[in-house]
Design a protein around this ligand. Sequence first.
Ligand SMILES: Cc1ncc(COP(=O)(O)O)c(C=O)c1O
Length: 166
Amino acid sequence: MVVSLLGLPVQSFTANAFTTGATASNILALSIGREHTISRVQRARGAFDWSVSDNGFGGVEIEVFCAGAHSSVAKSASLVGIGRRNVFDIATTQDDQPCAFDLGVLEERLKANVGKKGSIVVSSFGEVNTGGFTPDTEIIRALCDKYDAWLHIDAGMSSSLVNPDL
Ligand SMILES: Cc1ncc(COP(=O)(O)O)c(C=O)c1O
């Protein structure tokens, strides 16, 4: 119904959720990522069908990696039990690319977490204070697949530009 009311193409919205805003989207995304990544670590430890909703974190920490992300990402991490201190900004120092990841550091951190800690990566597509866009999304997607991390694209200001296949 929301899709029709907004005059958007219904066929393009088959499994989507509307939230009240971009902070709410980040809270939802980190909650979903939390389920995914904790269950992967628990599986590596021999616990199958682990669910955070049923069992909690089970002693597994989560790290969130971002680059020049909006402050609501850290706020969301605090709300879903990940903790602000587990949010790491690993942006490069390029002034013209405030949301670009240092891909070498990202890979090292993701690799180090496999089977030990959960990993969530947050890319930014249009951060309101800097206008930054995270480049290299396909490389980041591949790294997340390789190291069992969850990828969230915070497109609070540009959701219509995001390719749903990523
Ligand atoms: C990239 C990004 N994410 C999240 C937010 C938070 O948005 P809101 O204030 O609608 O919750 C903003 C704010 O503009 C933003 O630029």
